[in-house]
Structure formats: structure tokens, C-alpha cells
Design a protein around this ligand. Structure first.
Ligand SMILES: Nc1ncnc2c1ncn2[C@@H]1O[C@H](COP(=O)(O)OP(=O)(O)OP(=O)(O)O)[C@@H](O)[C@H]1O
Ligand SMILES: [Mg+2]
Length: 423
């Protein structure tokens, strides 16, 4: 059988596996990245319309800054009907065109590795792109179209948590049978499945009957970053600011929608709209805290949302190890050094954690088995490193059952292992 690729196009990171000669191999796709098996799912267009992906894109963006156009979390827009296309330096790109650029790059890396063209691929997809079935179908169609534009002819989809399960299965001794709860906590989505796995039986047959239940929520790493922004950092950019209405004595709060948009980094570029900037300028003149609104203006004009969120994400990751850290950020005359504790991080995310916990309980309930019957809880994805995520499972299943490894490559490995199910 000729080689087939497995591609995990993630909200934050993408990865590639190759299936050939009954083996799955993970291929390095970004030499500039600290973890070379991962490529950041980002794009940078420079003013000459040269397009860069992964760490190269980040380097160009860091050096050239506002001159070009930087895009990230593109996967998040897949189910969004109102996002059809975007214009970059006079050229129109559909969302599938944008994703195709990333997939084409990954495809080329894989072909260089195997030494011949490969036009078959198993793509991962979350359990839910959207709660709305129509939007969910649209998201998958767009991803499929992106893969076609990237040059793939035969395209299959595998659910990301099922892929993680197959990867876990590969690590079991032959004959060992287990009932496993899989939790894949990424940047955009948290995906779950209860599934029966068996060591030694390399995914050869249809596995649908082994999947006892599935579920997912749109709450993962990006939401935790947004929450830190909302509770700890947004005050530097106008949250809480009041302003006097024109010619009136009445005092208004800064519009909620402005601060809300500011807290979702992939949406910050929307604040560049002329109308919004004019609105911010008017608020500034009548504001209780002019400096904060000036900071907001600088953030928009200098386009430094990405760097601000990098420092937030850094602090978040540090809290997976430490009890206390700081969000440190400097730009123009703004200097932020905001302390945040592990406890506080958990408290501000109470709603997000409850949403995830609710989904875990639903998936277990729908599987029809009791917690005690589940042999192993296998956690994967970058966000599974957060202690309060682990605690959710310790509380329900006990710490002995927890397995947490290959945070970033078990899904892509399982996509490769899925190949015999389709081909
Ligand atoms: N040590 C850590 N502690 C907490 N969060 C982390 C850590 N390392 C990475 N993350 C977070 O993990 C997320 C990325 O994980 P991953 O690469 O599994 O996501 P993805 O596959 O790109 O996303 P998705 O599966 O949702 O499409 C980011 O939100 C990142 O901030
Ligand atoms: Mg993922």
C-alpha cells in the first residue's frame, strides 16, 4: 500500500503522520519550532503577498510587525457562516484557501520524507465544530475543500478523541482489553469519548461499535487565556472605564462588546474597523481613565494583541507548575506586571470548568457504564497539563486511573493508525 498521511490541523498546533508498511511514523514539519513535530497553525502575509506558515510566519510577524497580516486560530472560524473570505493586500482568500496554504506546506514536508507524491489523507476533526448541526457540517465541508485545494484527492475524517484512543491502544500489550475515557484538551475544543480498546489489534476493523459515547465543548485553552485577559488584564485597556455622554451629565459604561472582543485575541483585528476606532476616540475624550483608552488605541493601531496574549499564555502554562506567577508585558509607555495565583486562575474559570465537567458527566452517563467500570482515563492535548483539569478526573475516577502523555502527538499518531479503517 502506498503511503497515506494523517493530519491533525489544530487550533494552535498542527502535526503530520505517515502510514506505510503497517507502521505509523510522525514527521517533523517545522525545524524552527521548539518541538519540531509541531507547526503552529498560523499564517503571515507580507506586503509583497509572500505567505509564510508556522514559526517562520511568527518570525516575520515579530520582525515586520504591523506591515503584514498575521492570522491564527483559523480553525475556530470554520463553523462561522459569516466568515466567508478575507481580503489580504487586494487578494481574496476563502477560509478553505487559508487552511489549504497550511495543509499544502505540511503535505510537502511529508512528501519530502517519503520521497513521492501522496494524495490520500485522514484528517482529524473535533467531535463538535459547532452545536448547530448545519454549522458543524459546513465546517467539515470547508476543511475537506481546503484539503482538496492542497492537492489531496482521497480524504477521510476521523474524530480527534477516537484517534487519541487508537494511539493509546497501540501502547497496550497484545490481548489487553480496556474501557477507556479519552479527554483531548486542545486550544479550541475539549473532546471526549468512552471507547473500548484492545492491544495488538491494530485498527483493522470498523470501530464504530467500540465507541460507547462521544461529546465535546467549545471550551479549552484559548478560553482560559481569554478569562485571564478579562479578569486581570482588560482593566489596562478600558474595562471598568466610564464616560460622559455627549452634552449630557449622564455617565455610561464602556460598551461591553468592545471589551468582550478585546478578550478574544483572534477577534482583536475586528476592532480596527473605522467605526469602532471613531467610537473609541469619542469615548476617550469623555472617559474617567483616558490612559486606559489610549492603551486600547495603541493595542489596535500597533497590532500588539498577539504579543499580549503570548505573555498571558506563558503565565497560564507556568501555572501548570507554579503556585504563583506574573503576566509581564511592556509596550510603549505601558508596563504590566500582574500577579496571578494558581487558585485565582481556577476561581476565575469556575464557569468554564463547570461547562467542561458537565460535558464529561454527560459523556460518561451516555456511555451507559459506571465510573468504576472505566479502566483508564487517558488525557491528551496541551490543556490537559492544567492541574484543575486533571483534578476533574481524579475526583471522578481516582488518581490511579489517570494516564497523561504525548500531549501533542497522540491525535496525529492515531490519525495515522486510522488509515487501515478507511483504505
Ligand atoms: N503546560 C501547559 N499548561 C497549560 N496549557 C498548555 C500547556 N502547554 C500548552 N498549553 C495549551 O494547550 C493548547 C494547545 O494544545 P494543542 O496543541 O493540543 O491544541 P490544538 O490541537 O491545536 O487545538 P484543538 O485540538 O482544540 O484544535 C494551547 O491553548 C496552549 O496554551
Ligand atoms: Mg488537538
Amino acid at each position: 500500500m502506498q503511503a497515506v498521511f494523517g493530519i491533525d490541523f489544530g487550533t494552535t498546533n498542527s502535526a503530520l503522520s505517515v502510514y506505510r508498511n503497517d507502521q505509523v511514523e510522525i514527521v517533523n514539519i517545522d525545524e524552527l519550532n521548539a518541538a519540531t513535530s509541531l507547526m503552529r497553525s498560523v499564517l503571515y502575509f507580507d506586503e509583497d503577498n509572500q505567505i509564510f506558515t508556522g514559526h517562520e510566519a511568527i518570525n516575520h510577524y515579530v520582525n515586520e510587525g504591523a506591515a503584514g497580516r498575521f492570522m491564527q486560530s483559523i480553525k475556530t472560524f470554520l463553523p462561522n457562516r459569516s466568515f466567508e473570505s478575507t481580503e489580504v493586500f487586494g487578494k481574496k482568500y476563502g477560509i478553505d484557501d487559508l487552511i489549504a496554504i497550511i495543509l499544502r506546506k505540511i503535505k510537502a514536508k511529508g512528501e519530502a520524507r517519503v520521497g513521492c507524491p501522496v494524495d490520500r489523507v485522514v484528517l482529524g476533526r473535533p467531535v463538535l465544530f459547532s452545536e448547530d448541526p448545519e454549522k458543524d457540517a459546513l465546517a467539515q465541508l470547508r476543511l475537506e475543500s481546503a484539503a482538496r485545494k492542497a492537492g489531496f484527492r482521497e480524504i477521510w475524517f476521523q474524530l480527534e478523541p477516537v484517534a487519541a484512543a487508537l494511539s493509546f491502544e497501540g501502547s497496550l500489550p497484545a490481548g489487553a482489553e480496556k474501557l477507556v475515557f479519552i479527554g483531548d484538551f486542545g486550544g479550541g475544543t475539549s473532546d471526549f469519548t468512552v471507547i473500548r480498546v484492545k492491544g495488538g489489534a491494530f485498527a483493522r476493523s470498523d470501530r464504530r461499535s467500540d465507541v460507547l459515547s462521544l461529546g465535546g465543548v467549545y471550551t479549552a485553552g484559548d478560553k482560559f487565556d481569554s478569562q485571564i485577559m478579562w479578569d486581570k488584564i482588560a482593566k489596562y485597556f478600558g474595562r471598568g472605564v466610564k464616560y460622559k455622554g455627549m452634552g449630557k451629565e449622564e455617565v455610561f459604561d464602556i460598551p461591553h462588546s468592545l471589551i468582550y472582543t478585546l478578550c478574544q485575541w483572534h477577534r482583536i483585528p475586528l476592532l480596527r474597523a473605522r467605526k469602532t476606532r471613531e467610537q473609541i476616540r469619542l469615548i476617550k475624550h469623555a472617559a474617567t481613565d483616558k490612559k486606559a483608552i489610549e492603551n486600547l488605541e495603541h493595542l489596535i493601531t500597533d497590532n500588539y494583541g498577539f504579543f499580549l496574549f503570548q505573555s498571558i499564555e506563558k503565565a497560564k502554562c507556568e501555572l501548570s507548575q507554579l503556585d504563583l506567577t506574573r503576566v509581564s508585558f511592556r509596550e510603549r509607555d505601558l508596563s504590566i506586571s500582574e500577579e496571578i495565583t494558581k487558585e485565582e486562575f481556577k476561581t476565575i474559570n469556575a464557569d468554564n470548568i463547570a461547562r467542561i465537567a458537565g460535558c464529561i458527566d454527560e459523556v460518561v452517563a451516555r456511555s451507559g457504564v459506571r465510573h468504576g467500570n472505566i479502566d483508564t482515563v487517558f488525557l491528551t492535548g496541551g490543556t490537559s497539563r492544567i492541574p484543575f483539569i486533571r483534578s476533574l478526573f481524579v475526583e471522578r475516577f481516582g488518581s490511579d486511573k489517570l494516564e497523561n502523555r504525548d500531549a501533542f502527538t497522540s491525535v496525529v499518531h492515531g490519525l495515522g493508525a486510522s488509515v487501515p479503517l478507511f483504505v
